[in-house]
Design a protein around this ligand. Structure first.
Ligand code: SF4
Length: 369
């Protein structure tokens, strides 16, 4: 049973340093570098991966999610949707004193409990509700554009009928986590022992402050985090000492390497992207048009956020990517909503370092266990 060292490379500095350490300690022949392609990457990153392959003399395995089946199944579902059910707004019910909640009971008079064992409050429907099925107009709109494109990010959003958000960060899960996990599971099933190398640094964020250097997470599977005590300067210095240049995006005002842009990118980063790579916000605007058409509501914004308006058209007008770009050019006084972090956000919403986004690292480990 051989030991395979898998390093998930993102094109960023931390995953590069991790790869260099893995090669130095385990030998080039025992290391597999993987790259999970989201389809929302900068061309410089693809070119940089080619450069790394030449400079290091290894092949980087490119993994790309395929949602063709899901998109076609959703298309068929929408076309055949004749559901009659309605969804209703509800309001809680109180006793005559207006303060004491009336508890919800089932048909036998028993109090209904939630998953945590706490009693639920009785509610009543308000208004006439709305049909859950796709209207004929929405069907026509969606079916006109809902065809697989081969771009994982766009196809994923068409399938879901929306863009991911901080609260529903399914992009990380579907585009990175699942790809990396299934690759490692295949190695395990083939009889290998797998050491998964992650470029985690403790100083990146509070979530990583207690990251362990070494961890056994399942039968035949370990995680190695050789950079836990390193700083950003250390990892750049390590690459330099090996004669490897960093991803050119770092020299173009990008604080991190990953999706271009990331749904969680900072205000400053969005401003820099719009100034240096205006074609990317233009592409995202086109994606917003397509994904919006695939949505029952007719609108979807790449960078979703809370908004006081109920009218989706107003929300879209304020939060679409071009409006965000304009907002990113404003000073603090120009801030309209509680949108993105203003700081440069290294180690923030999504890490460029592990091929996995930060919030889901724990789930990856749990999944493979
Ligand atoms: S969280 Fe950001 S970088 Fe990670 S997959 Fe989603 S958009 Fe890409």
């Amino acid at each position: 049973m051989s030991v395979v060292h898998v390093v998930s490379v993102s094109g960023g500095k931390d995953s590069l340093a991790t790869l260099l350490i893995a090669i130095a300690r385990c030998g080039l022949a025992n290391v597999i570098a993987i790259f999970c392609d989201t389809g929302n990457e900068h061309q410089e990153t693809y070119s940089y991966l080619d450069y790394l392959e030449l400079a290091l003399g290894l092949k980087i395995v490119r993994l790309k999610a395929d949602f063709r089946e899901e998109v076609l199944a959703k298309r068929a579902f929408i076309a055949a949707d004749v559901r009659n059910a309605r969804v209703y707004a509800t309001r809680p019910v109180f006793e005559a004193d207006g303060k004491t909640p009336v508890l919800k009971r089932d048909g036998r008079g028993n109090i209904v409990l939630n998953k945590k064992g706490k009693p639920l409050q009785k509610t009543v429907k308000v208004g006439g509700g709305r049909r859950i099925r796709w209207t004929n107009k929405a069907k026509r709109r969606a079916l006109a554009v809902m065809l697989p494109t081969g771009n994982p990010f766009l196809d994923l959003c068409m399938w879901k009928g929306r863009f991911p958000s901080r609260k529903a960060q399914f992009c990380t899960e579907e585009l990175k986590r699942n790809m990396a996990v299934s690759y490692q599971l295949q190695l395990l099933e083939a009889g290998h022992r797998v050491i998964s190398w992650q470029g985690v640094r403790r100083d990146e964020s509070p979530n990583r402050a207690n990251a362990k250097k070494w961890e056994r997470v399942g039968r035949g599977l370990w995680i190695a985090r050789p950079l836990v005590e390193a700083t950003a300067a250390d990892v750049f210095a390590l690459a330099q000492s090996h004669g490897i240049r960093p991803n050119p995006l770092y020299l173009q005002d990008m604080g991190r390497v990953g999706c271009m842009p990331c749904i969680n990118c900072s205000k400053a980063e969005l401003r820099a992207i719009a100034a240096r790579f205006p074609e990317h916000p233009v592409r995202i605007a086109e994606w917003e048009r397509i994904v919006g058409q695939c949505s029952k509501l007719g609108y979807s914004t790449f960078m979703a956020d809370a908004h006081p308006a109920k009218d989706r058209r107003v929300v879209f007008a304020d939060l679409n990517i071009q409006a965000r770009v304009e907002w990113s050019k404003t000073s603090r006084g120009g801030r309209q909503f509680n949108l993105l972090d203003e700081e440069e956000n290294e180690g923030g919403g999504c890490s460029s370092s592990y091929g996995l986004c930060e919030q889901l690292e724990a789930t990856v480990e749990a999944e493979v266990t």
